[in-house]
Design a protein around this ligand. Structure first.
Ligand code: NAI
Ligand code: MG
Length: 496
């Protein structure tokens, strides 16, 4: 579709603004709404229910009632699967609308909404639907007079709090396995990007997910999010977002009912390029894509580029030559490879890191400025800093924008030391043709994911999550089911 066709279709979209609670589309009990904006041009898209503690409580009660009477978890697996497949089909039916909503709501280019976000959200729902009757329990090796079996039961009410960088994709990483495991859910989307999660709640009802099983409650973090995380009848908070909020969630859990918490937080992920890499052009493609994809608003963004000193200058040239391909354009233009940052605040935050990096002595090799300001939107050009030290703020704090820092290293030991010298541990990457080095270094890197000779080799079959302050708990793969279930050991004693 052309830019004009996207604009025409966007103008006729029915944007959801009501909460989905107990099978009904409802306003906030207070009647309050908040203006949901688009970073494309800074205008208001629609009014969205500003839910607070009372709405969260209603949603949790509905979720609990649906869990207790077994209307979802008690269904035969085959029926649950059919309903989840139907949900995936409905998401495909409304694929174009979902893609447009995502792009309008948070500013990512439409080609990514289509090619990545919505496609992978559908895949998550379908993958966990397929998996739901393939995970078996265990029989323990007890003496003959006892049979002990170990079953996985759903936890109960899952609170999911998600961010704005991949709104539907992140929602489905959580909703897919939580539903497949038989839980009931209260999903709180980010206030910056509530549209596709609300639409997901509506589609789930249409697909036959019973009322109360998937509630979607939009609102702000401090009110709705906090109320969910402090609720005495929520069994788990599954979170993706900032470390700052992750810490609060653990406090809320400790001060309430000791609910479980799983945290997918940010990173300062290193991508290490050794001089012996087989294909430095591919490595340079990955270096650029790894930081500029999704405007750099990616928890596993390759924000630290570690390059062996002997090839550093030549390699940086290659990266600079590729960076221009990510110059932001209108997010609705199918040709755009980068869009707007999510809010004016996020843009200012990113630009403030550019200032700090310059003051601390890094060399600005490309970009560093706001562009397309006349649109009213929040666009920052691809930015590369050379001569970064790992002690610089740019190398230590998550920027969450299109800003790359290049750090030189002299040998393998130093590369590993710099890579691990961070509080984070989400992802790391390395480029080398030396197979021993590839294995050796991958085992030394402290992160939940390591990608050798290819950045972000993302697949639903591989668990995703971090080490250290990048959080704990895993999304994706069958391991994701672990956090949405509890083990129960049942023993039968009998006469032999
Ligand atoms: P955030 O962590 O505040 O927002 C994520 C979610 O948490 C949203 O749904 C928000 O409403 C909710 N939330 C906020 N405060 C809460 C509270 N007190 N209790 C319960 N829920 C709460 O992230 P924010 O402020 O939007 O972005 C700030 C920075 O966080 C970014 O610049 C980036 O560095 C990082 N971030 C990391 C993400 C990741 O994927 N790991 C995603 C989003 C942000
Ligand atoms: Mg928005």
């Amino acid at each position: 579709m052309t830019l004009q066709q996207n604009l025409d279709r966007a103008a006729t979209l029915a944007l959801p603004g009501l909460a989905v609670i107990d099978g009904k589309l409802v306003p906030a009990q207070s009647g309050k709404t908040f203006p949901n904006t688009t970073p494309r041009d800074g205008t208001v898209l629609n009014q969205v229910a500003e839910c607070g503690p009372a709405d969260i409580d209603a949603a949790v009660k509905a979720a609990r009632a649906s869990f207790e009477d077994g209307r979802w978890r008690g269904k035969p697996p085959r029926e649950k699967k059919k309903i989840m497949f139907r949900l995936a089909e409905l998401m495909e039916r409304d694929f174009e609308d979902l893609a447009l909503m995502e792009t309008l709501d948070m500013g990512k280019p439409i080609r990514d909404s289509r090619g990545f976000d919505i496609a992978s959200a559908v895949n998550s729902i379908r993958w966990y639907a397929e998996a739901l009757d393939k995970v078996y329990g265990e029989v323990a090796t007890t003496p003959a007079e006892r049979l002990s079996f170990i079953v996985r039961e759903p936890l109960g009410v899952v609170g999911a709090i998600i961010p704005w960088n991949f709104p539907l994709h992140m929602a489905c990483w959580k909703v897919g396995p939580a539903l497949a495991a038989g839980n009931s859910i209260v999903l709180k989307p980010a206030e910056q990007s509530p549209l596709t999660a609300l639409k997901l709640g509506e589609l789930a009802l249409e697909a036959g997910v019973p009322p109360g099983v998937l509630n979607v409650v939009p609102g702000f973090g401090e009110s709705a999010g906090q109320a969910l995380a402090r609720h005495m009848d929520v069994d788990l908070i599954a979170f993706t977002g900032s470390g700052e909020v992750g810490r609060k969630l653990m406090v809320y859990a400790g001060e309430s009912n000791l609910k479980r918490v799983s945290l997918e937080l940010g990173g300062k992920s290193p991508q290490i390029v050794f001089a012996d890499a087989e294909n430095l052009d591919e490595a340079a493609d990955a270096a650029a894509w790894g930081i500029f994809f999704n405007q750099g608003e990616v928890c596993n963004a390759a924000s630290r580029l570690l390059v062996e000193a002997s090839i550093k200058d030549a390699f940086v040239e290659k990266v600079l030559a590729r960076a221009g391909a990510y110059m932001p354009g209108d997010p609705l233009d199918p040709a755009s490879t980068a869009g707007a940052l999510v809010t004016e605040g996020q843009m200012k935050r990113v630009l403030s890191y550019v200032d700090v990096a310059q003051k601390e002595g890094a060399k600005l090799s490309l970009g560093g400025k706001r562009v397309r300001a006349e649109s009213g939107g929040y666009y920052v050009e691809p930015t590369v800093f050379d001569n970064v030290l790992n002690t610089h703020t740019l190398a230590r704090e998550e920027v969450f924008g299109p800003v790359l820092g290049v750090i030189a290293f002299k040998d393998e030991d130093e590369a590993v030391r710099i890579a691990n010298d961070t509080v984070y541990g989400l992802a790391s990457g390395l480029w080398t043709a030396n197979i021993s080095r590839a294995h050796r270094v991958s085992r030394k890197l402290r992160s939940g994911l390591v990608w050798i000779n290819g950045w972000d080799a993302c697949d639903i079959t591989v668990p995703f999550g971090g080490a250290k302050q990048s959080g704990f708990g895993r999304d994706r793969s069958l391991h994701a089911l672990e956090k949405y279930t509890e083990l129960k050991g049942i023993s039968v004693t009998y006469k032999v």
